[in-house]
Design a protein around this ligand. Structure first.
Ligand code: SF4
Length: 391
């Protein structure tokens, strides 16, 4: 924890997110706002520029006046490494001009291994990027096939090693539950990424509900898919392996070498303002949350015609960090939440929920230690049970 009560790596300063909706090929399991090809790349980035500039008035004296000096900028997608790095550089220049960017900013680009040759890595570094988040998913060729990833394991290893050499701060995504994966092949992927030099790992459970081809495969070959217990076992194996090599977990699905936690993602879990730009981007400005349209054609039309791309917006909420939702987000972090915040918020729950929440301490899902409340390892596996009491 930092002196002002924030988890290690969090700063409390605002960040910016830019959603780039283009991918070379759509993976079977994709649930993101992304489309194949980049025909509209030029128009899209013009739209992003206009969107940022349209907030100039708000940023210089209006509603967003308090949001100055981003200390993280995150290009997510889609695949931002698939587009011309100079376009990302121009977005950075505009963000700097309108909102200001802190001198020690963390600038992350999500990337796919097949984009990352040395010249692309150097071009990204040249525009100021200092962190990559690479979608690897697995280092086993047979596991990459049903996901329809465009890279093979060797290309992923090469890309991660090169990126680690150029940036020194590289995250990789892995998946639990890929058809045909075993506990051993998953751990081999973890080890391979550590050897290649990652400083951060995000490990997610593969969800197939919205992936028709994977649903069909499961019907045909159910033995390729793990059940919930097996998924939990694999997650624990990953947690044990990474903890043993000094890459502790700091959030439900995220592990990092100390000092390499994602500053940007910590803003979401600590409810620190992040302004989102681009298709489907979400914003929290410290008072309320809103989201841009998720349709590229609509986004292009609105930004071209000078209309705000915001499609949905929540009511202002006075103290979101001290709400049930803030509590749930805080409990995702390994550092948990201050005990007094936990007691204050949980005391407002219906009496039945309060007593069921107390039961989760007895059952070993939550623990009180050092003035804080946090999920235990078992609690992480059953976090939905705890969170359902806070809804
Ligand atoms: S690279 Fe990511 S965003 Fe693009 S299609 Fe695959 S899963 Fe979706």
């Amino acid at each position: 924890m930092t002196a002002d009560g924030l988890p290690r790596g969090a700063t409390g300063a605002p960040g910016a997110y830019v959603h780039v909706p283009f991918c070379a090929h759509r993976c079977t399991y994709c649930s993101f706002i992304a489309q194949e090809g980049k025909r509209e790349e030029g128009d899209f980035f013009e739209g992003v520029e206009r969107e940022i500039r349209a907030r100039q008035v708000e940023a210089s004296g209006g509603a967003l006046a308090a949001i100055r000096g981003f200390d993280s900028v995150y290009f997510g997608g889609g695949t931002p490494s698939y587009v011309d790095p100079l376009r990302l550089g121009r977005v950075l220049g505009t963000l700097e001009e309108v909102f200001g960017i802190s001198s020690n900013v963390e600038i992350t680009v999500e990337a796919n291994p097949d984009d990352l040759d040395v010249s692309r890595l150097l071009a990204l570094r040249g525009i100021g990027v200092n962190r990559l988040s690479i979608g690897v998913q697995s280092l086993v060729d047979a596991e990459l096939l049903p996901l329809e990833r465009r890279h093979d394991a060797a290309a992923a290893r090469r890309a991660v090693s090169e990126a680690a050499r150029v940036f020194g701060n590289v995250s990789a995504d892995l998946m639990i539950g890929i058809p045909g994966q075993t506990r051993e092949t998953l751990l081999a992927s973890v080890d391979g990424l550590l050897e290649a030099g990652v400083t951060h790992l995000s490990v997610y459970l593969l969800e197939i509900d919205k992936a028709p081809r994977l649903v069909a495969l499961k019907k045909e070959r159910p033995e390729l898919f793990p059940d919930d217990d097996e998924m939990a076992d694999r997650w624990e194996a990953v947690d044990e392996r990474l903890t043993a090599v000094d890459v502790p977990r700091y959030e439900l699905s995220n592990w990092a070498r100390p000092g390499f936690e994602s500053r940007h993602n910590l803003k979401y879990w600590t409810l620190t303002p992040v302004l989102g730009f681009g298709v489907g981007a979400h914003s929290y400005d410290g008072r309320k949350r809103y989201a841009n349209t998720g349709m590229l054609t609509e986004y292009l039309r609105r930004t071209r015609e000078g209309i705000s791309p915001v499609a949905t917006s929540e009511e202002e909420q006075e103290d979101l960090p001290r709400s049930k939702e803030g509590l749930m987000l805080g409990l995702r972090l390994s550092s948990g939440v201050p005990s007094d915040t936990f007691e204050e918020i949980s005391s407002l729950l219906p009496s039945e929920s309060i007593s069921r929440l107390e039961d989760t301490f007895v059952a070993g899902l939550l623990e009180r230690a050092d003035g804080r409340v946090r999920l235990t390892r078992r609690g992480v596996l059953l976090s939905n049970e705890v969170f359902s009491l806070l809804v």
